[in-house]
Every structure is written in C-alpha cells, then in structure tokens.
Ligand binder design. Structure first.
Ligand SMILES: Nc1ncnc2c1ncn2[C@@H]1O[C@H](COP(=O)(O)OP(=O)(O)OP(=O)(O)O)[C@@H](O)[C@H]1O
Ligand SMILES: [Mg+2]
Length: 483
C-alpha cells in the first residue's frame, strides 16, 4: 500500500524545509505544520497516511500529539524524530503507539526505509481489516475428482499457477470455479501476498467503482475518509474478479484500463496509483455470447482470456460423483455431530443418474439435506436424496421407522418453492420439538443429533432473529418454550 500523503510537523524552519523538499522529491504528497495546533487543523481537513513529527514542539510534546489520534478509527502511522537530548521522550511516544522513530541527524535513506516499512505495514493492516469484514471462507481445501476432465484441469493449474498469467475460468454455476481460482493462487509465487476476491454480481452498481478502485475523502456523500479499493488491497498479490460478466459496460472500460496500464485513480481523486496484481476472473455466462449481444467488451475479454480454463459440468464427469459424495456426506455428518452413514446402492444409482443442473454445489446441498433427513440411519437411501421432486410443499412419509413416525406433522414453511437446506433443518428441528412436547433431549434423539448441537442450533435461531421470520405462531411458541 503505497504511502501517499505525509504530514510533516517540525518547528525548526530549516529542517522543515529540507525534509519537505526531500519528501517531495521522493514523490510524496506533503503538508507541513510548525505546531501541534497547525497539525490538528491539517488533520481535520485531510487524511494522511503518515505523520512525521518532532518530539518537542512549541505547544506541546509528542505524547500529547499522539493522544489526538487515540479515538480515531483510521489513524495515520506516526514517525517520531528526536534529538539526542530527547531519546526518552521518543521512547514514551513509541509506548503510546508511534510506528517508528529517527534520531537526528538522519540520512534521507533512513527516512525512506522507515516510510517503506510504514507502507508495508499499512497494507497489512488494510488487508487484514478487509478480510475480517468479508464473509467467512468455508471452501474446502482441495479440488476433488479424478475424471479425465479434472485431471486435465489439475495439470493446467500446475503449469499456469506459478506464472503471473491472467486466467479466465469459465463454467456453469456450481462447478467449482472459485475453488480453481484459489488453487491457482495457492500454487503461485504470490501465495504469501494478499488474495482479494470481488464478487462482481453482489456489489451494487453505484458502489462498484469505489469497491474496485477506492475513493478519496468527500468523493460522494458518505465518503468520510479515503478508502482503498480492492485492486490496491491486492497490490503485489492476486485479485479474483468473480462473475466478471456482471459488471456494466462503463466499469468494464475502467477495468480494461487498469489491466492495460496497471494504474488507476480513486473515485473523486486525480492521483494515479500504480499497482502490481495478478488477475483471475470467473464467469458462468458464455462471454462470447455476451460479446455478440454487446453486453461485454471484446477487448476486455481478450485481456482476461490470456489463459482460458473451463470447468466441465458435473453431468459430463459423473465418475467424480462417488468421491465427491463421500466427502460431502462426511462433512455434513461431522457438522451435525451424527455418525457417518453409508451410501446405499439405490442412493448411488440415483446420484449417478441425476443430471445435476446445479453441479457440485447441488450435490453438496442434496447430500447435506439427505444426512439430515436420514435421521441418523446407517445407510442413505435414494428416498433421502429427494431428487426429481422439484416442489415439496409437504414431506411424505420417508422410509425408516423413526422418520415415518415423526413425519406426520412435519410441514414445510412455505417460504419459497424449494426450501433451502437451512430451512429444512430448522423445520425438522421444530417439528421434532413439537412432537416431543419440547423435550429437547428426546427431540435430539429423534433427529439423531446431539443435545448440544440442538442447543446450539436453537441459540443460533434466536440470535439470528428467526423469531420474526417464523411464519407460524406455533413455531414461535416452540422457540419460546424451548428456550
Ligand atoms: N472439485 C471439487 N471438489 C470439492 N468441492 C467442490 C468441487 N467443485 C466444487 N466444489 C464445491 O461446490 C461448491 C460450489 O463451488 P464454487 O463456489 O467454486 O462454484 P462456482 O463455479 O464458483 O459457482 P458460481 O458460478 O455459482 O459462483 C463449493 O462449496 C465448492 O467447495
Ligand atoms: Mg463462484
């Protein structure tokens, strides 16, 4: 993260002038202040990456100055400069959170080293902040499957991963494009540097430019401070433009420029920032078709499609299904705290004959649901998969004595045509509680999960505010009583 704006606070006019010109020569954007009061007003009107300050100023000392930053959300890094007589004061500043200190006299190189360290550190902080804001990452660690298509893909990843080549990964939804992108990153020489994902489909049109490129303070209403865009966060690392087909033509033009020139401007700013990022993009739309419809720029397509990768739909590599299924069943059981069921022969057949329009994601969801519906049975049957029943307004009696018994009053909340897995799980839990007169120990046994898992689920529902979302009063009562 390059340091751009520096505030220099020094009362000695000669030293101030010389440091100012040195910093300007090194292409920093410099503001100067001779006193803490002047520094305060500069800070009120602008954002700075670094403050370089003398430890003794006419209206106070460094520690007092540092207190100004105490409660600010985004604070600049502070580099203290001190004479030999004030080493102790400089140490006190370090204890209060100053980033570094320099003893007078220091060379231009020493200052530059300190600023370069500040630059690395500030990128670390920003990437870290970004990563703790985004959704937790629960992708599995490896690409599963030994079909010829997967083997070929793995071979290509091995060859292209270590290079800096731009890769465009095409494939239907749910085929594993994101996993492929991650694997490319893992095998690259940039694996120690940031990996920043942008889900282009999830960011509203009016925010996407700022998300990509960042904005200056005051660029638009609500832009309180300067914010770095994801390209700058990814500097020296890798950026994943997930679902790149979804960005508008005007943003496509801006993306093209970044890819060509390797530089960008923040929204509302005029300073050009150079970046060094490796770009990986994914799309589940056929981009050639989008180009024909004039929805996607052909020149951007060529820029992205340096190395094309294609992830085949699951129906074209059915031989991967058993191996994937085993991993998904294991994982679902572990998550629920139940033992791991076997896949019965009819279940295997059903898995192999389904066409999987939602690809690997659908397989994962179906098996998670099956593990729940199996109620702790030793074997998963074709019935547990509920394939080929696109609309389930109510659940018919499935096989297995336990389920048969409790399924009579097990009704889906009609939230959508097809319930989500979470909904199925939740409904099942509430149905069991109702059936067992809210005896949680008994209910947990009926569904085949541990009491602790059941408790955790209930407290999850409570904290997620499901009470409001509950569609029937019955369920609301259940939740209250079970609490
Ligand atoms: N080969 C695989 N091995 C293990 N898990 C896989 C594999 N392929 C896909 N998955 C899993 O399937 C789910 C969907 O994968 P992913 O998100 O990468 O798909 P996608 O192609 O990016 O889909 P979309 O276009 O909808 O974003 C994820 O949970 C992923 O972990
Ligand atoms: Mg994806």
């Amino acid at each position: 993260m390059p340091i751009e704006k520096v505030l220099l606070v020094e009362d000695d006019a000669v030293l101030r002038k010389s440091l100012e010109s040195q910093l300007k020569q090194a292409r920093y954007d410099v503001a100067v202040a001779p006193t803490i009061a002047a520094a305060q007003s500069a800070l009120a009107n602008d954002s700075f990456d670094v403050v370089i300050t003398d430890v003794q100023l006419p209206d106070g000392d460094g520690t007092q100055f540092l207190q100004l930053f105490q409660n600010r959300a985004s604070r600049p890094l502070v580099v203290i400069i001190s004479g030999h007589g004030s080493v102790e004061a400089a140490m006190a500043c370090m204890k209060q959170g100053a980033f570094d200190y320099l003893l007078k006299p220091f060379t231009p190189e020493q200052l530059e080293v300190s600023l370069r360290r500040a630059s690395d550190y500030s990128q670390l902080l920003k990437v870290n902040r970004f990563l703790t804001e985004v959704e937790p990452d629960d992708l599995p660690s490896e690409l599963i499957g030994d079909s010829p298509a997967m083997q070929e893909l793995r071979g290509l990843i091995r060859r292209v991963g270590p290079t800096d080549a731009t890769v465009l990964i095409q494939g239907e939804s749910g085929t594993g494009k994101e996993l492929v992108a991650r694997e490319l990153f893992r095998q690259s020489s940039r694996r120690g540097a940031p990996y920043i994902r942008v889900n282009c489909a999830a960011i509203p049109e009016n925010l996407i430019e700022s998300e990509f490129f960042g904005h200056e303070r005051g660029a638009f209403t609500g832009a309180i401070g300067r914010r770095e865009g994801r390209f700058v966060l990814a500097d020296t690392g890798t950026i994943l433009l997930d679902e790149v087909s979804e960005v508008s033509l005007s943003i496509q033009a801006k993306l093209l420029r970044v890819l060509q020139e390797k530089e960008l401007e923040r929204v509302g700013g005029n300073k050009t920032v150079s970046i060094d990022v490796r770009v990986i993009a994914t799309t589940n739309r056929n981009l050639e078709e989008s180009i024909a419809k004039k929805e996607f720029r052909e020149d951007l397509f060529f820029r992205l499609n340096v190395v094309p990768m294609y992830v085949a739909p699951l129906r074209e590599r059915a031989q991967d299904i058993p191996q994937l299924a085993k991993v998904f069943v294991d994982r679902a059981s572990r998550k629920l705290g139940t033992h791991v069921p076997q896949l019965g022969p009819d279940c295997q057949d059903a898995l192999l004959s389904h066409t999987w329009p939602g690809n690997v994601r659908e397989l994962d969801n179906v098996l998670q649901r099956a593990v729940i519906l199996s109620g702790g049975a030793d074997t998963l049957t074709a019935d547990h998969l509920r394939l080929g029943k696109p609309r389930a307004s109510s659940v018919e009696a499935p096989s297995g004595p336990v389920l048969q018994e409790r399924s009579k009053d097990f009704v889906w909340a009609p939230t959508s045509d097809l319930p989500t897995l979470d909904q199925v799980e939740k409904d099942l839990i509430f149905a069991a509680l109702k059936k067992c007169q809210n005896n949680r120990t008994h209910a947990a046994k009926v569904i085949g999960i541990s009491l602790r898992t059941l408790r955790n689920k209930l407290s999850e529902y409570r904290s997620a505010g499901y009470r409001e979302a509950m569609l029937t009063r019955d369920l609301d009562d259940t939740l209250t009583e079970a609490a």
